[in-house]
Design a protein around this ligand. Structure first.
Ligand code: SR1
Ligand code: MG
Length: 404
């Protein structure tokens, strides 16, 4: 079906689904529901009540849905997302949804329905433990980051690939919302009056600004690998057995630590959000211990897997024959991840887009405690990033900040 771009209705989504070769049987009884609850896109869930088969259609809108038409966004992000999904599924099989079809005209990606999974953020808020998440996410990170970098692929082809993932509009969202707005008075910012003093402190802390400027510079210039670009727990579909990374529309060539830091940040934000357990310190402590061990395990497993890929598949002769460079690289990568994790926490407390882990705490005092705790963790990680030597040290810094 070819047509000019326009936002689809639920009925049009059904017609497109019907036109897909052999996906649904001829007698399919299709229904369609727009279920997009994110900031940017339309998402249609198409189901056949006869066969039980289903799929997802994700259509980019030419503006940021969360703000409106005053914030235009390129539809090319839809191509970037579909190409990133296909590549990620090739490099980390089974850890990203399968793409069935991409329609460039409609900026529409048709993909595997994962509604037997739950968005990991929602699951964590409900207290679900994901025993395999660290294993799966560390594999996803190691495979996708290594094999799109100058260590894991032909270095001339990498430059060509980098050109296909130039993503200026989505990068600008990150550059503004994560690396600028929280540290100034911006109309994009949003936070509760109760934490005005903490927000003001972010705007006047010169030592913090230096670290954020260094991290921002890395985001702007360091084309290490093809990133997912927005790897928070809302971009992960999970069950206790299975993990799928979705929504790579922010994909671009950037610093590897940004993706690793994103997951760490969101685990620590859920940690702060455990303040919702008013009067049950035992439950709070138990889930927090699980979250901390997930952070530790994520980095430890990533580190081991990335080093193994370096040893066995490195295409860069000098890098592969210089063990001290591997040690230097991994140590700097941890530092970047720690710094980016801090930036990602801070923006979710005072910036445009928040997280339900903290915002959904009904008790105002508990919510404020969680917000302040998250800001302390975030700023401590940012300030320590260039001196951190191990994941244990980074965790100790986060936990000390949380407790103070
Ligand atoms: C205007 S988009 C706001 C945020 O939503 C996305 O998930 C990204 O995190 C972005 O920063
Ligand atoms: Mg998203």
């Amino acid at each position: 079906m070819t047509t000019t771009y326009h936002p689809l209705s639920e009925q049009e989504a059904i017609e497109i689904a019907r036109s897909l070769d052999h996906f649904f049987p001829a007698n399919a009884k299709l229904s369609s529901k727009e279920i997009g609850d994110g900031n940017l896109n339309l998402v249609f869930h198409i189901t056949d009540s006869e066969s039980g088969k289903s799929l997802i259609m994700k259509q980019a809108l030419p503006y940021a849905k969360v703000v409106g038409e005053s914030w235009p966004l390129s539809l090319d992000r839809s191509r970037i997302e579909s190409e990133a999904l296909i590549l990620q599924n090739k490099l980390a099989p089974g850890l990203a949804p399968i793409v069935y079809h991409y329609d460039p005209e409609l900026a529409l990606t048709i993909m595997e329905d994962l509604s037997d999974h739950v968005i990991m953020r929602k699951g964590l808020i409900e207290g679900t433990v994901y025993p395999h998440a660290a294993e799966h996410l560390s594999t996803f990170l190691a495979q996708t980051l290594f094999f799109t970098s100058d260590f894991g692929m032909n270095q001339q082809q990498k430059k060509v690939q980098l050109g296909k993932f130039i993503n200026p509009d989505l990068c600008k969202i990150t550059e503004d919302l994560i690396f600028d707005d929280p540290y100034t008075v911006s109309p994009n910012n949003s936070y509760e009056a109760a934490i005005e003093d903490a927000a003001e402190a972010l705007r006047t802390d010169a030592a913090l600004h230096l670290e954020v400027a260094i991290l921002r510079d890395k985001f702007l210039t360091k084309a290490e690998a093809l990133l997912h670009g927005d790897l928070h727990t809302g971009s992960v579909f999970a069950t206790p057995e299975s993990t799928k990374v979705i929504d790579p529309e922010f994909a671009y060539y950037g610093p590897m630590g940004f993706d690793i830091g994103a997951i760490i940040a969101n685990l620590f934000m859920n940690y702060a959000g455990q303040e919702h357990w008013i009067g049950d310190a035992g439950k709070r402590a138990e889930f927090r211990a699980y979250l901390v061990e997930t952070v530790r395990s994520l980095w430890t497993q990533f580190d081991a897997k990335f080093r193994k890929l370096w040893d066995e598949h490195n295409v860069d002769r000098l890098a592969s024959s210089t063990p001290a460079f591997k040690a230097f690289y991994m140590s700097r990568l941890l530092q970047d991840a720690v710094g980016f994790a801090g930036c990602k926490i801070v923006r979710r407390i005072v910036g445009l887009s928040h997280v339900a882990d903290i915002d959904s705490i009904p008790d105002a005092a508990a919510r404020e405690t969680a917000q302040r705790m998250a800001l302390r963790i975030g700023t401590a990680l940012i300030k320590a990033n260039r001196s951190v030597r191990s994941i244990d040290e980074a965790i100790d810094i986060a936990l000390s900040a949380a407790a103070n």
